[in-house]
Design a protein around this ligand. Structure first.
Ligand code: GLP
Length: 243
């Protein structure tokens, strides 16, 4: 059983500020030069805060390497629904990072396996991940590490869980167009990050949050793979606090 330290945010705006405060402090103290970054609704407010702080000259991403966590396989980076496009829209195009600092997984890579190995090599060349910022899926996934996945993997291609496909269904015109495959940083890479900042928001995350708060590692809830991490910071919406 691991005792978790959770900071409860009163609302999404408070959560964005708390998360941005952590990231800013770690950038400023020089401990963070490689970051793994999530997509999803949850981190949008944090990215807004960080972009503004960067534009005001309060923080800089000039010395960082930026990696995204995951992507839909088959989707072109130009597609606005791609995680690639999301990262550019919400952060990368708004901060002082040059192209050479940015490593984004591509859904249209001609050789998916080779892309995974190249991504792992780039992470290794960066000295590993200093900070992994993570969101939480309703089924307990982190990045696209779905329930039951091996916790020993680095970057890999993965079949998306049905619950994940349903959560993403509103962004697609019909059931058949919802991607069924993803590419993701693996749990081994995420657990090797020196610091992990986990952001939990949204009513659909209640069950996954409860699994995390139980303090027991359970392969059915990939987020519980973080329980043994020695520098895990959790920021969660107050509405997810168990009654
Ligand atoms: C997707 C991503 C995850 C993300 C999750 C939560 O499935 N693969 O990396 O954490 O969505 O999304 P949201 O923040 O929109 O709830």
């Amino acid at each position: 059983m691991t005792k978790l330290n959770v900071t409860w945010a009163v609302d999404r705006a408070a959560m964005a500020k708390l998360a941005a405060n952590h990231v800013s402090a770690w950038l400023l103290d020089g401990s963070t030069t490689s970051l793994a970054l999530p997509t999803g609704d949850t981190p949008i407010g944090m990215y807004e805060e960080l972009s503004q702080r960067c534009q005001r000259g309060e923080i800089s991403f000039g010395d960082t390497k930026l990696f995204n966590l995951d992507e839909y396989v088959g989707m072109s980076p130009e597609d606005p629904r791609s995680y690639h496009a999301f990262m550019r829209r919400h952060l990368i195009d708004r901060i002082d990072a040059s192209e050479s600092q940015v490593h984004l997984l591509r859904g249209d890579a001609p050789d998916a396996e080779e892309q995974c190995r190249a991504f792992d090599r780039a992470i290794e060349a960066a000295g590993g991940i200093d900070l992994a910022v993570l969101g939480l899926g309703a089924n307990g996934h982190i990045a696209f590490n779905e329930p039951g996945v091996s916790w020993d993997l680095d970057t890999h291609v993965v079949a998306l869980d049905e619950r994940t496909r349903q959560a993403h269904r509103p962004n697609f015109p019909d059931e058949a167009s919802v991607p069924s495959t993803g590419v993701t940083m693996g749990i081994n890479t995420l657990r090797s990050a020196r610091k992990v900042l986990l952001l939990c928001a949204g009513e659909s995350k209640r069950e996954a949050m409860a699994a995390l708060l139980s303090g027991r590692e359970d392969p059915a809830w990939p987020v519980t793979s973080l329980l043994g991490h020695n520098d895990l910071v959790v920021v969660a919406e107050e509405t997810l606090m168990p009654s």
